[in-house]
Design a protein around this ligand. Structure first.
Ligand SMILES: Cc1cc2nc3c(=O)[nH]c(=O)nc-3n(C[C@H](O)[C@H](O)[C@H](O)COP(=O)(O)OP(=O)(O)OC[C@H]3O[C@@H](n4cnc5c(N)ncnc54)[C@H](O)[C@@H]3O)c2cc1C
Ligand code: SF4
Length: 815
């Protein structure tokens, strides 16, 4: 494409490589791709990205790569010169040139200003201390993420959309977060008191402290911020302070070059400034006294501006009232229009306290003029459309609070079918119904993913996904098969991943809380979901969640394996397969004393005492415990054994101390609960006598270190391990092992062994998390180590001391 652009084309120079500037460039290219030689000057050192999605990057739900809008290749393919990381500092309107911070001068025929906003930094003492940042760009997110790794207390100043998204992201990164807000209720510009109260309750449940009516007086600290002092004298600990107290249009450059400015750069209906060669768009612009702070109107601006830049001068920008949504997973809200009512307005309110659902629809002169939805905003698009159409409600008024399902048109699908083609479906990317339907027909799209790729609809915050699926269903009729993900069990349609995410995101701390929050169909769950939930909660909240023994199967409740005749088998732990005369004597004594009929060496190099009577179990545990032995967890979805060979200590071929390594691994991992049983092995040389190549985590010593293997299984479906990496030190073996096990614990579905899990997610994925991401690996290993502080408690010893005497009571729900 670059070759087609001759040097004598007009030069279009864009200042600002953000959402508005680049959307205008895209629209210009759509209309007349060869019209301009385009240069973009951006202060940020990146290609352009979706700023809206910085919140999911902060909370860890997306990576930066996933929010890039246009790659470097796109700029090159379209002949666009990108000058990134070099801010424009002066415009010479007479010479038609722009100077950058690095001293470069760029000439233009048409100039587009798209410099966005600056965050408002409260002018309080301490505002310049290290550890204080805004929430505007990727560098702010990087500052926050690095603080979250090292520090624990964050204070967010501002309880608006941005502040709450920042608070949620920091809490998801493990920080203790307080939000301080000047007004009495959160998001007062979008929510009425009732909805704001529900929001505050939801955030508090997630562990975020909300302090309203709070005036910040000073930030305190010497080398770094340490606390925030409020006017009433309260002092809040703060290793990180995020200012999210508002934005100001970034119009300084325009003002300095003599363009007409008020709060923003003044533009007319064609987005032209007071200089006819210069346009301004996005948050830096002011149209009819109004500045914008959401993307929906910016997409309209971009279209009109592109029309004018390509010679269609009749089009005019008409501001719209975009709805607001909060991008916090699990919090469903929407607010639009005159949501707080006013003179001549009537309110129609639906409140379902138990479900945390609140809807307020504001009607004036028989038309919908505002809405606030909290807890269930799935019909938001329909209300926005009613509001934009401004048609009389008539009979609809009686039922429309219940959503489109009960209206005259009968169904949400019908509602969607009735919408005109120009109705916007995806607010984040400004994609309307007609564009989606045309893409489905012209390109033969059949899945949501394909629609996302081709139209960008539903590719950002995702809240319009159900509408896009509705359009697919309308277009494809019976041919459309919505992608269904299987629910955990008959009690819920939510798949495992959704439940695990909700536990973390919504701060759910008990099985009943999970069931309530996710609308479980059965009151107490079943024998499938209860053990899974118990494990997910244990994994999410180590040290905090109280293990629910009544949600475990009999083997785990009885700390022993039930056998076919109703007796139990007991396996004491033998670290790395090594035992002593004293341990063997104690085992022999127990066998005699309790008349245990059989002792067998297991495949994992432990001794199994078979045929123990149920009533003898506690006494057997007590005697073995007294001899220094602990439970071998031979019964649990847990770390079972670490099998070893004799290695360099005894074997002629051994290159490393495999037994010692096995003992270290077992001391680190014993007691850890997993989605399924987990076995480890260490062999002292590639002859592999410990069969490490069919274990969940295998280690094989070689001359120069240790080869690490994962995802092996000697069970029904034999699977040889995948090679993960070769490392040189024992410390690395331990770190990689802990990181791998933690990743498996955190991401596999309950009852999924490592072998099918590795196959499902793919070896490249596991490698990307364990090998390529060093910080991530360390963090995983650290989380494993932290959880082990609470897990390495011998259940036999606990039981002997009187804990959990109810092991033979049935599971709360039995199959
Ligand atoms: C965390 C976050 C979440 C958001 N969530 C939502 C949401 O859910 N929904 C919604 O509608 N909106 C949301 N917004 C707002 C939305 O991102 C903005 O309205 C939109 O990005 C504005 O586009 P813009 O191009 O005007 O400014 P920006 O996207 O900020 O782009 C301006 C660019 O200009 C650059 N620049 C500034 N000065 C210069 C200079 N002198 N030289 C060169 N480059 C310069 C800046 O570095 C920046 O890259 C969110 C914003 C943030 C920060
Ligand atoms: S694996 Fe190697 S070191 Fe270990 S026992 Fe077998 S031959 Fe010896």
């Amino acid at each position: 494409m670059r070759d087609q652009i001759s040097p004598d084309r007009s030069r279009l120079l864009v200042i600002g490589n953000g959402m508005a500037g680049m959307r205008t460039v895209e629209e210009v290219l759509k209309r007349d791709p060869a019209r301009y030689r385009i240069t973009v000057i951006g202060a940020e050192p990146h290609v352009n990205y979706n700023r809206i999605l910085l919140s999911p990057v902060l909370s860890g739900e997306k990576t930066f790569e996933e929010i890039v809008i246009n790659s470097r290749d796109w700029y090159t393919a379209n002949g666009i010169e990108l000058i990134a990381g070099d801010a424009a500092i002066a415009i010479d309107t007479a010479e038609k040139t722009v100077r950058t911070a690095s001293g470069r001068t760029v000439a233009y025929d048409k100039l587009l200003l798209a410099t966005g906003s600056n965050p408002f930094i409260l002018p309080v003492p301490g505002k310049d201390l290290p550890g204080v940042c805004a929430f505007r760009d990727l560098s702010d997110v990087e500052t926050m993420l690095s603080a979250a790794q090292r520090y624990s207390h964050a204070v967010v100043i501002g309880g608006g959309l941005l502040g709450l998204e920042a608070a949620n992201g920091l809490a998801a990164q493990g920080m203790k977060v307080s939000v301080i807000h000047l007004m009495d209720t959160l998001m007062e510009r979008q929510l009425d008191t009732a909805a704001a109260t529900l929001l505050a309750e939801d955030l508090t449940r997630r562990g975020i402290t909300i302090i309203t009516g709070a005036v910040t007086e000073a930030l305190i600290g010497a080398d770094r911020v340490q606390a925030v002092r409020l006017k009433d004298g309260r002092q809040l600990p703060a290793d990180l302070v995020v200012m999210a107290a508002g934005i100001r249009p970034n119009a300084a450059l325009a003002q300095a070059s003599g363009l007409a400015c008020n709060r923003g750069v003044v533009v007319d209906d064609g987005l032209r400034t007071s200089d006819p060669s210069i346009y301004a768009i996005g948050e830096c612009a002011e149209h009819n006294g109004q500045c914008v702070g959401l993307v929906a109107p910016i997409w309209d601006m971009a279209k009109v501006c592109a029309d004018h830049l390509t010679g269609k001068t009749g089009s005019a920008y008409r501001p719209i009232q975009p709805p607001t949504r909060l991008k916090v997973t699990g919090i469903d809200m929407l607010s639009v229009g005159q949501f707080n009512g006013g003179e001549g307005c009537e309110d129609i309110v639906l409140r379902d306290g138990a479900r945390g659902v609140y809807k307020r629809l504001v009607v004036k002169d028989d038309k919908l003029v505002g809405a606030v939805l909290y807890g269930d905003a799935k019909d938001g698009g329909w209300y926005v459309d009613l509001l934009e159409k401004a048609a009389p409600l008539g009979d609809l008024r009686d039922t429309f609070v219940f959503g489109p399902g009960l209206t005259a048109s009968g169904s949400a699908d019908q509602g969607l079918a009735d919408l005109p083609d120009e109705t916007e479906i995806c607010g984040c990317n400004g994609v309307c119904k007609g564009t989606i339907l045309t893409a489905i027909a012209d390109k033969g799209l059949t899945t949501l993913e394909e629609v996302k790729t081709h139209t960008k609809a539903a590719a950002s915050c995702g809240s319009c996904s159900s509408k896009v699926e509705g359009l697919l269903a309308l277009a494809l009729g019976g041919d459309y098969q919505a992608k269904t993900v299987e629910g955990m069990c008959g009690c819920t349609d939510h798949p495992h991943e959704t439940v695990r995410l909700a536990i973390k995101e919504r701060n759910l701390k008990s099985i009943p809380e999970v069931m309530r929050a996710l609308d479980w169909r059965t009151p107490g769950g079943c024998a499938s979901c209860r053990p899974a939930l118990n494990f997910y909660l244990l994994c999410a909240w180590p040290g905090e969640y109280q293990d629910d023994s009544r949600s475990r199967f009999i083997n785990e409740r009885a700390h022993a394996n039930i056998q076919k005749d109703g007796t139990f088998s007991v396996i004491p732990r033998m670290w790395g397969g090594v035992t002593t005369a004293q341990e063997l004597r104690a085992i022999a004594d127990v066998v005699d004393k309790y008349d245990i009929p059989s002792v067998k060496v297991t495949g994992g190099q432990r001794l199994d005492l078979l045929g123990v009577k149920k009533e003898d179990l506690p006494a057997v545990w007590a005697d073995l415990n007294a001899a220094g032995m602990v439970s071998g967890h031979g019964y649990g979805k847990a770390l079972r054994t670490v099998k070893t060979c004799v290695g360099s200590e005894w074997c002629r071929f051994g290159t490393q101390d495999s037994t010692g390594m096995g003992i270290k691994l077992e001391k680190m991992t014993w007691g850890s609960w997993h989605p399924h049983k987990v076995k480890l092995a260490v062999s002292g040389c590639p002859r592999n006598c410990a069969e490490a190549t069919i274990k969940d985590f295998g280690v094989i010593a070689v001359d120069s270190g240790w080869e690490l293997l994962i995802g092996g299984n000697g069970g029904i479906e034999l699977r040889g391990c995948d090679f993960l990496v070769k490392v040189s030190t024992e410390a690395e073996v331990l770190e990689y092992c802990a990181a791998f096990l933690q990743l498996y614990r955190e991401e596999a579905r309950y009852l999924e062994r490592t072998a099918p899990w590795v196959e499902r997610v793919g070896l490249p994925y596991v490698k990307s998390r364990i090998l390529d991401d060093e910080a991530g690996r360390r963090a995983l290993a650290a989380r494993f180590a932290y959880a082990q502080k609470f897990a390495q408690i011998d259940p036999w010893a606990e039981r002997v001391a009187g804990v959990e005497a109810d092991e033979f009571k049935p599971m709360l729900v039995e199959v």
